[in-house]
Every structure is written in C-alpha cells, then in structure tokens.
Ligand binder design. Structure first.
Ligand code: ADP
Ligand code: MG
Ligand code: ZN
Length: 487
C-alpha cells in the first residue's frame, strides 16, 4: 500500500481591533442589535464612497512586521466580484495583485522541535455581512449588515504544514501573536479569528503537490484538527480505492463527524478582480513602517527567551505564561514586586512566581479574548511569596493563605495573622512536640533504629499534623534526626 504524506496550507481571516470599519465610520463593536452599525458606505447605497481607515492599515502593517513579512510601501485595493446576499456592493474590497505584506514566516514547536512555516502574504480586506438562516416551514433568511465592512487581514500560509498537529500549533501560535500585539482579540467564538484549511496528500517522496480540498470556515482549534484528520483519511480512502481526489470546497459537519462537499472546481468563481477605481493606492512610508515597528510590544518569543535567561523559567513554563498577554503581564508584575519586597535573586524569584502562578493562580483565571480576570492582584501574590521567602510561612501554608485571599479578598499578612498561620520556628516548641510523638510511637522508633530511615516521613507527618502544618519543615527534620539519633 502506498504511504501518503499530508500537505496543508492555511488561510486565516483575523479581524483587526480598530474601532471603526475599513471604509466608513461605523463601529465594529460586536453584539449590537442587527443592522444598527450601518451607513450608506457599508450598505452600498448609490454614490457612497469608501475612505480607508488608517488605523486598520497600520494594524495590518504591525501584523506583517510581527510575522517578519516584507511590508510594501505601495499596495492596492481591488474588487473581488461575486453575488451573494451578504455582499451589498456585489464585490468585496480586498487586496489581490499588490498586497500590503509579502512573504514572511512563523516558527512553530511540535514534539519539541521548531519548524519554520512560510507565510505567503498578508492582505487587507473587508468582511462580508452575516446571513442568519431561519428554520421551519415559513423560514426566511435575514441579513445583518453590522459585520459588513469590518477590517480583516487574511494571512495565507505556504503549503508547509504536514499534519493536523502542526496546523493546530500554527493557528494557536498565530492567534497568540496577533493578540499579543493587539491586532486581534483572539475570540474564535465571536468569529474574530477564522480559518480555511487547504488539504491534499501525495505519495511519500513525491515532489509535486496533490489535488487539494479547501475546508471552509472552521471556527475552533479542536474542529480544525478533527476536520483535517478526517479529510486526510477521506483522501487516502479515495486514492487507495483507485479514485482521484477532485478539487473542491468542503465544510466540516460536527454533527456528522466528517467533511461534506459544498462546491466543485467547475462551480468555482471567476472573481474578475480589478483595482478599485474609488480607492487610490495605499501608501505607507518607510519611516512610518519603522515607527510602527518600534511601537510593537515585546513579542512572546522574545519574552520566553528572556524569561528563561533572566528569570530561571523552563521553556515549558515560559511557554505557558506567555500564552496570553494579560497572564504574561501578571507574571512580570508579580515577579517585579517580589524582587522589590525580598532579597531574592531574579532567577529564584521568577521561578517561584512562575510555579505559584501556574499551580495556584491560573486555576482561577478566566480569559475571554483579550480580557483576563484574576482572583487577586499580582502584587498580593508577591506579598504572599515574600512571606514564604522570609520564613513567616512555608509553601504549603502559602496555598492555604492564597485560598483565603481568593475567597475573602484580604491581603496575605492579615490572613496569616488572623488565622495564626505563622510558622513555628521556635525550636523549643517543635522539640517538645517531637519528643512527645517519639514517646508515643515506640514501634516506628524501633524501625528507624533498624535502619528503615524512611519512617522519618511518618514522624514529619505527625509533627505537621500536631502543629496544623505551621512548623518549619527544615527545623522539624533537623530536630527529628537529632532526637532519634540520641535515642
Ligand atoms: P486560492 O486563491 O484558490 O485560495 P492559493 O493558491 O492562494 O489558492 O492557495 C491558498 C492556500 O492553499 C495557501 O495556504 C496554500 O499554501 C494552500 N495550497 C495550495 N496548494 C495546495 C495543495 N496542493 N495542498 C495543500 N495546500 C495547498
Ligand atoms: Mg482560498
Ligand atoms: Zn458604515
């Protein structure tokens, strides 16, 4: 049986975070009542003329810069002609022959290896409106034009991806990056980040690409992965049974768990692209491009590298903490505050904050696109960890204090004080407790004397129980060993 290799190229439509639409002043805000955000321009009333949105163009330049694209100083808007009820002008304004951003790339990590995925181009275009299909016997379809004219970038990848895992990694990385630089809000549910996947297979070793199917508008990372896997399997089935794959557009049906044909190449559109006579070429000067580059925040990749070098994080931890811009900011603020509050070295502080944020804080964090809700302020976490650093409490108690902080919104010091959680470092008190426990456990003491030294764990447990976890573990261990050896 022939072995096949999958080949995947992705086209991502990402909505840009500009306040207004691409060619008119209507707001882009999501969730308004239908047809509230419309005007003669985005409804294509006769005589209305488009005016390009400078902010949107600049966001698209920043996306290009973050993906190391060749940014063009001159690009051109064209008309892509087709008929559909969600397109009032009868054409979509998009960039075709001369896009704003040329070739770039994005590095992804899969199975611990880095792979560079080529970006073919990133062009600017307007979104279509939204058809809302009714159901039932008297069903009608209504059109909501609020979304029509929303600024998008389309990011086209080279056919460099070789598995559904690589495709998913690419999409996640791309979304995180666009969120990080503030170009996109990363909200898949609201449709601000949408993906078409082009999938083909070819015999392993063959250079020439196979015939592809284009999977349209898959709106969750999980569905993208499933849809691609099913499509690869479907094409393998076709080839193995002696058939040929036809070029077509398919869609993923979650209900049926498979891809379904929408239209074949024969029905494919001829868009009759031509430069839009209403719009002059888009000009972005070299100086402006450099200003926009300088205005970009530190990118996640750079953050990860710096955190590993300066703050002692592992690659994995750095990856988790840089996944969302607000989480990255939280981590950095907590680390900075801990450094200010304690004599800890940068690497130790970063590691401690990193561990604590991942183990305790992230469980309580909810993110919604670019928004993130944290249970407590980063400075409060730093204050808590400073109490561990100076020996007031141990790590175990810190988790308990944190739970109270989340519940009550009170600062750590007040909780430690009120609940009497400060660590017992008074060796006299610990010694008395240890003596009492050794006295009460002759069998375990005998085991220890027989060389079964790991029974010490039992004693530590007893002391911790007796002191409600407040004893300093290091002191407990030292005292236990000393008193046992004295026996
Ligand atoms: P179209 O204009 O019809 O969408 P493009 O040639 O611009 O087609 O390609 C769109 C996407 O399809 C790109 O991401 C590209 O990498 C990918 N692609 C092109 N050919 C193949 C193929 N044979 N197999 C998989 N992906 C492909
Ligand atoms: Mg396409
Ligand atoms: Zn409008």
């Amino acid at each position: 049986m022939t072995a096949y290799e999958p080949v995947i190229g992705l086209e991502v439509h990402a909505q840009m975070r500009s306040r207004t639409k691409l060619f008119c002043g209507c707001p882009t805000e999501y969730g308004a009542p239908p047809n509230e955000h419309t005007c003669p321009v985005c409804l294509a009333l006769p005589g209305a003329l488009p005016v390009p949105n400078e902010k949107a163009i600049e966001l698209a330049v920043q996306a290009g810069l973050a993906l190391e694209c060749e940014v063009e100083t001159h690009s051109v808007f064209a008309r892509k002609n087709y008929f559909y009820p969600d397109l009032p002008k009868g054409y979509q304004i998009s960039q075709f022959e001369l896009p704003l951003n040329g070739a770039g790339h994005l590095d992804i990590e899969v199975d611990g290896e880095t792979k560079r995925i080529g970006i073919t181009r990133i062009h600017v275009e307007e979104d279509a409106a939204k058809n809302i299909h009714g159901t039932g016997s008297t069903a009608v379809t209504i059109v909501d034009f609020n979304r029509g004219g929303t600024p998008l970038i389309e990011i086209v990848s080279d056919p460099d991806l070789r598995s559904s895992e690589e495709a998913e990694a690419y999409l996640r990385k791309l979304r995180d990056l666009l969120m990080f630089i503030g170009v996109n809000d990363g909200n898949l549910e609201e449709g601000s980040f949408r993906c078409d996947a082009n999938v083909s297979i070819r015999p392993v070793g063959q250079e020439e690409l196979g015939t592809r199917a284009e999977l349209k508008n898959i709106n969750s990372f999980r569905f993208v992965k499933k849809a691609i896997e099913h499509e690869i399997a479907r094409q393998e089935g076709v080839l193995q049974s002696g058939g040929t794959v036809v070029q077509e557009t398919r869609t993923w049906s979650e209900a049926q768990g498979k891809t379904i044909s929408m239209r074949s190449k024969e029905e494919a559109h001829d868009y009759r692209y031509f430069p839009d006579p209403d719009l002059p070429p888009v000009v972005v000067t070299e100086e402006r491009i450099e200003e926009l580059r300088a205005a970009l925040p530190e990118l996640p990749e750079a953050k990860r590298e710096r955190w590993q070098k300066e703050l002692g994080l592992t690659e994995y931890d750095a990856g988790v903490l840089s996944g969302h811009p607000e989480i990255a900011k939280y981590f950095e603020e907590a680390t900075r505050a801990l450094l200010e509050q304690s004599g800890t070295k940068a690497k130790a502080a970063g590691k401690k904050v990193g561990n604590f944020v991942q183990a305790e804080v992230l469980r309580h964090v909810t993110t919604d696109g670019l928004e993130a809700l944290f249970p407590v302020a980063p400075t409060a976490v730093a204050e808590l960890l400073a109490c561990v650093e100076d020996g007031t409490i141990n790590g175990k108690i810190a988790k308990k204090v944190f739970a109270s902080m989340v519940e009550t919104g009170t600062g750590p010091k007040v909780i430690i004080e009120k609940q009497g959680l400060a660590q017992v470092t008074d060796t006299g008190a610990i010694e008395a407790e240890v003596s009492r426990i050794l006295e009460a456990s002759p069998a375990q003491v005998a085991q220890y004397k027989d060389g079964k030294t790991n029974v010490i764990g039992y004693f530590v447990g007893q002391v911790m129980k007796a002191t409600k976890g407040a004893a300093n573990p290091k002191a407990v261990n030292e005292i236990l060993r000393r008193l046992l050896d004295e026996r």
